[in-house]
Structure formats: C-alpha cells, structure tokens
Design a protein around this ligand. Structure first.
Ligand code: MOS
Length: 746
C-alpha cells in the first residue's frame, strides 16, 4: 500500500505572520503603548570631532510638558566600566558610550535627550537646546587616510582574516601574458530599513523593566542593558517579535536603547525613544571600500595570479572588520594568490555589518576584474569562470561540503539565454538603447550557531514552538512552523511559533544567514525528542496498538501516531496525552554545529547572477531589465519565502550598483543625504523581473536539515553582474559604485 504524506518542508507556504503584518496587528518597538508613557527626543551634535564646552537647556526646560533633559553633565551615574558596553557582535575597541563625557567622536553623535509628555513637545524642546562644541580637526576621507591603513592587530570574532599567501602572486602576475590591474570602489551605504530604530521601555515597578527594542537579537540588548546599568538579569526582559527591516543595523544595540533605559530608570517611568530618518544616519554604515585587484592569465585563459588588497574605513574608537578579500581566493583555482585587508580610522561612527557584510564589495572587485580579463582574452566571461572553477576551498585546503556553483552557472545561463549573447561590447541594441548582458558569481559562508528551542504539545493537540531568535522579515516564523508541523504530523495551523523574547530559549542574533540552519536544527531536535516521548506514552497506553512497535515502525501524521505498515492502526496524540494524564509535554533542545564536519569541510552558498541592462547613451540612464539569479543553497525549506529572500537581496544589489551612496562632506565630516529622497534605494520602477532558480544541492554535512541559509547570497554578485552588463552595453568600464549617470556620460 502506498501513502503519500504531504510535507510542508520543501513546499511553498504563505507567511504565518503575514496577516498580522498586513492588518497592522503586528506591533513594532516604537508602537507599543503604556500608561503615562514619556517620549524622548535626541539632540544630535553636528561637529565631527571636538569637545562640548556648554549645553544650555534653560529655554527647552521652560517648555510646558518637558520632564527632564539629560546631558553628559547631569546623566545618572552609569556603574558599568568600558568593557560593559561590549555587545555580542562588537568589534575590538572601545564601544561608543552615549552621554558619557564631553568628547565628540563623530557628527550626529547624541549630545542630549529631551524627555517630555509627548513626542511633539520633546522634539520642539530639543530644537531649543543650545550646544556649543569646540571643534578639532577631523578626517573622514578614506583616500587621504589610505597610507595610514593597517592590518587590525586584534581580530574580530567570527571574521576570518585573509588566508596566507599561496605561491608568489607578484612574480606570477609580472610573468602573466594577459594582465588586468585596477582599482574598484564601493561607496559608503546606510541600511535604511523601513522601520526606524526605537526602544519603548516599560517601567514595571521595583526596578524591573520590559524593553521593546528594535533589535536582531533580544539577548544582545538584554546583556548590554544589564551590564551597562548593573541590573540583575531577571529584572530586564527584552521583546522584539517583529522587525521592520534591519539588514544588519539591528545586530548591535544602538544609542536610543541606552537613552530610553537610562531615562526610564532615572524617572521611574515608562519611556520611548524613537529616532528620525535623519538620525538613522548617525550610527553604523557599510564602510566605503577601495579594492586594488590584479589578475594574470595565460592566453588560453588559465589564471596565473590573483592579488586583491582592500582598504576600508573604521572609526577612531573601534576596529570594525568584515570579510572583503577572502572570496577572491575561493572562487577560482589559482596557484598564486595574495590577499590583504587593512582598515583606516575615520572620524565617523563605527561601520556596521550590512547586507552580506564585505562580500558584495570584494566580489564586485574580483568579478569585475575577471570580466575585464575575459574581454582581453576574447573568451566568454562564463566560460572563463568555468575554466578556472575551484573544486575545493583553496583558502583552507579543504573540500566544500557541497558546491553546485557549476550547475548554478549552467542553469542560470540556460534560463537567461546567454548563448545568444553577442560578445562585442556595444553590439546589441533595442531601439535607441544599447543592450548589455553581464554575469557574475556570488558566494557567502553557510554558517550555523548554537541555538536552543522549546516545543510544547498541549492536551488539545496544539504545538507551541519557542526560541529567542528574531524574524527580521526573512520568514523564520514560517519555516520553523513548517519543520515542526512535518515532524509531529500536524497542520501548520496547529503550530504557534513565538520568537523575539528573552524569556524564551536562548538564541544568537539573527544574522549571517545562519538562522534557518541554527533555529531550524534546534526546532528539529526538540520535535524529535517530543516524538520519542509521545511514542513512549503511546506504547504504554491500555491495549495500545503500538505496544509492540518500535519507533522506526511508526509515523506521525494528521495528529496521530500510526503503524507505517497499517496507517489506520494507531492512536491520536490527544488521546496519548489524555491517557497519560498530561496537560502538556515540553521538550527543549540545543543544536550546535558539528565540530568534526566543520573541521573537515568548508561550507558556502553560491550563486550565478545574469543581468540585462538597457542604456540610453544620450541621457546616460541605465535600466536593469532582467535578472536571473541561480542559487545553490542546500535544502530549500520554503520556496516561496526563499524566493522572497533572493529577490530582496537582488534588489539591494541593484541599489548598490546604481543608486545607493551615503555622501560624506569631508569638510563637515558629515553624511549629507540623510533622507530617502537623496539616499535612493531602488523603488518599484527600478526593479525588473527577477527570475530565481534554486539549484538542487544535497548537503548532508552542513547540518541535520541540509539547509545553508538564504538571507545574504542574493546581494552578492548582483552589483558585479550589472556593472559587467553596463560595460557590455556601452564599452565603458565604471569601477566605482554606484554607477550613476555622471560616471557614464563624463
Ligand atoms: Mo546581517 S548584515 O548579519 O543582519
């Protein structure tokens, strides 16, 4: 007898939190109400470096409704020392301490907090605060600081430094008959999530607070607050069930959290501090990065040498680091490689992880250089890549756990129609527009982190999943629900998933594309345990049809445990709980990466991105008209939310290629385009048809689910593919992102 069991894992499913979001029932950190809630408005300094000499708050204090104005001069004592400001993902250095002293470290630094009965009053009063700052010379120009760039002595945790050089890249490059050597730049960018940063601190009495924070990991905010303010861990609960976009800027606690907690503790009142769009430009950003790349090859296209040296900005107080150059040692087989990464101290805030931190920058550089090499060699860019394909991780000298990049290249090319491409630049036209086809590959590490989860089955046959991780819009609620529903044979409607609360089992920040693998594995383990427990109870029931069965002989399906061989013989799980006299069965498990397989195999996701652009030569206007992204990311739990993830990433890649740029005025040391009119993120009219392919990739090593993660791979390679398409269309190579009109018509 054959039975088909419908499984949720692997099938497209709607977001389980979709209704809450579209109806507005989902509450975000800045929307939570509380009786007597006070509102804080931040006064931002506008000098890049110096010392506060005076703050006059008299006029602001006279405004009716103002409760208190906090500055460095009158702030409550902060018991924590320097190290207490470190958070879970802080780079080495001295974290920024809001209102700590009179030092000004960057433009936009918070210098006062006005707390009032309502937001409008606080904002108005803040405009009356008079801050005097004695300016000192500052430097925010990476070009001028290039020579001072250095290899960070203390490595940031989780960020692999460049690998040791292999062979002799300088000699091999000099001896190469075909050479490309250029500098590739990426502008600074800001994350610009829809939801601005906000913290609502509810004063619970007796020193206890509940904090609704915009954060990608509640534990990070919790541990930061308890360390900085010296609070007992149990007196602080942090909640963040919904995040309206973050893209990395929600990984670290930001200053509004400190300020809201400080004010709430001092006033013994509930306080909310929310930031304006302009203030969203006053902390972490993607650092502007300069890549010097040299690639050398034989006339047959065999790569002989790769050199990639990147210089990026950090702040004067922390050594921000990300992986920029390592990718150049991973994509291609090459015996002579030298990779180098240095940072320079700017008088800005510390950069922050943003949308696949480092990867799209380094990959733009190497994938542009490889594209340039293909034209020099007169070899098709895709063919050149496949001819130099790396079958193993030559950085680490290890095999990949799986690597279907070749298949991604072939399937992407097929879908795109790459074989119809005319190789010569400027050879394809549509009406008055030049048409360009370009491609690039992408790569991102497939990570997993230790992660706990709890599964609770109640007497009514419903399951509750719980863990502290966030769903930053990626679909985490939905995929965890799918995994649990399949495991216990329940409908998705019978499973409720709770996330984003420090009262739930511990989780790392949601970032690095590791949550599907990490939270998913934890849920899988907890549900496995629950199945075993249920089965034992089922066997012990009076006259149980499963009395002589072993675990392998049963299946969990439609709320029942049945014999596989005779699916009508079994028991319902509601009856199992009733018979055992239990109102619930609860199991909690922790999943951790397998150290042995991690030591033996390198784990990465891959993509091949194909882009079509149309360029109006007279106007310099570029339209991206088509993108195919073929992604190899292991098992896809939910093709619908997965596709969404890749589309989002590709759109960000498009933004990086054509629009996004945080413009620093070096005279003022200030980001100038601090709004969504002048900082352009792609809008609907900018976004073409995006065709996503998930390549079959079986990975039994990455984790029990075979999942590799999708949050970040969509952006990597996309900007390079678009830039390469623009060259193919126009014959003009722009090596500085974003590729704005001025760069094309100059
Ligand atoms: Mo991601 S930049 O780790 O949120």
């Amino acid at each position: 007898m054959s039975t088909t069991i419908e499984t949720h894992v692997g099938s497209p499913r709607r977001r389980v939190d979709g209704r809450l979001k579209v109806t507005g029932a989902a509450r975000y950190a800045g929307e939570v109400a509380a009786p007597g809630l006070l509102h804080g408005y931040v006064v931002s300094g506008m000098i890049a470096k110096g010392r506060i000499t005076a703050i006059d708050t008299a006029a602001a204090e006279a405004v009716p409704g103002v409760v208190k104005i906090f500055t460095h001069a009158n702030r409550p004592n902060v018991p924590g020392g320097d190290a207490d400001y470190q958070d879970m993902v802080a780079p080495p250095g001295q974290p920024f301490r809001p209102l700590f002293n009179d030092r000004i470290l960057y433009s936009g630094q918070p210098v006062a907090l006005v707390v009032a009965e309502d937001f409008g009053t606080a904002r108005h009063a803040a405009s009356l605060v008079n801050v005097r700052i004695e300016a000192e010379p500052h430097e925010t120009d990476l070009d001028r600081l290039r020579e001072s760039a250095y290899v960070p002595p203390e490595k940031r945790e989780g960020i692999a430094p460049p690998p040791e050089p292999r062979g002799n890249a300088d000699a091999a490059f000099a001896a190469s008959p075909m050479r490309v050597q250029n500098e590739y730049r990426i502008a600074s960018e800001h994350h610009n999530p829809m939801e601005p940063h906000a913290s609502t601190v509810i004063w619970e009495g007796g020193g206890r607070i509940t904090v609704h924070d915009k954060i990608q990991g509640v534990k990070n905010s919790h541990d930061y607050i308890t360390a900085v303010f010296g609070l007992p861990p149990d007196d602080v609960r942090v909640i963040s069930p919904f995040v309206g976009g973050a893209f990395g800027i929600g990984l670290r606690p930001q200053y509004q959290l400190f300020l809201a907690v400080m004010a709430a503790l001092d006033l013994e009142r509930s306080v909310r501090v929310e930031l304006t769009r302009e203030q969203m430009f006053t902390f972490g950003y993607r650092p502007g990065t300069i890549n010097a790349v040299a690639v050398g090859a034989n006339p047959d296209g065999k790569l002989q040498a790769i050199r990639h040296a990147a210089v990026a900005g950090t702040s004067s107080f922390e050594e921000y680091q990300e992986v920029v150059v390592n990718w150049s040692g991973l994509l291609y087989h090459c015996d002579n490689i030298a990779l180098n990464y240095r940072i320079a101290r700017l008088d800005t805030y510390t950069p922050a992880d943003m949308r696949a931190p480092g990867a799209p920058l380094g990959v733009f550089a190497i994938e542009s250089a490889i594209d340039e090499l293909s034209y020099a060699l007169k070899i098709d860019p895709l063919e050149l890549r496949l001819n130099n394909y790396a079958d193993t991780d030559e950085n680490a000298g290890k095999p990949f756990s799986s690597r279907e990049l070749r298949a991604a290249c072939r399937q992407g090319a097929e879908r795109f129609g790459w074989s119809k491409r005319q190789p010569e630049p400027r050879s394809m036209r549509a009406g008055r527009e030049l048409v360009g086809w370009g491609m690039a590959t992408g790569i991102w590490e497939a990570m997993m982190m230790p992660h706990s989860a709890r599964a609770t089955l109640t007497a009514d046959g419903k399951l509750e999943l719980a863990c502290a991780t966030a769903d930053i819009g990626t679909g985490t609620y939905t995929i965890l629900t799918q995994i649990a529903a399949d495991s216990l044979g329940l409908r998705m409607e019978d499973v409720t998933t709770r996330l984003g609360d420090t009262s739930l089992p511990e989780a790392p920040v949601e970032g690095g594309s590791w949550t599907a693998a990490s939270a998913g594995s934890a849920v899988h383990l907890a549900c496995e345990k629950l199945r075993q427990t249920l089965f034992q109870h089922a066997r012990g029931m009076n006259a149980s049809p499963l009395a002589n069965a072993s675990f392998e002989h049963v299946q969990f399906r439609d709320g029942r445990i049945d014999l596989r061989t005779a699916p009508s013989e079994g028991v319902s799980i509601v009856d199992v709980l009733r018979a055992a006299g239990l109102d619930r069965i609860e199991e909690q498990e922790t999943a951790a990466p397998n150290a042995e397989t991690k030591a033996k195999f390198s784990q990465y996701t891959h993509s091949a991105v194909f882009a079509e652009v149309r360029v109006d030569e007279q106007l310099g206007v570029v339209r991206v008209t088509r993108i195919v992204d073929a992604v190899a990311a292991g098992k896809i739990i939910n093709p619908k939310t997965a596709r969404s993830q890749i589309i989002g990433g590709v759109v960000f890649g498009l933004g990086m290629a054509l629009h996004e740029e945080s413009m620093l005025d070096h005279k003022l040391g200030r980001f100038m385009n601090r709004n969504l009119a002048e900082y352009h993120v792609p809008a609907n009219a900018d976004v073409p048809e995006i065709d996503v392919i998930f390549v079959d990739e079986h990975d039994d090593k990455a984790n029990p689910l075979g999942v590799k993660g999708l949050g970040e791979i969509g952006i990597v390679g996309t900007a390079a593919a678009i830039a390469n398409a623009i060259f193919h269309a126009t014959g003009k190579r722009v090596r500085s992102l974003p590729i704005t009109i001025d760069k094309l018509i100059e």
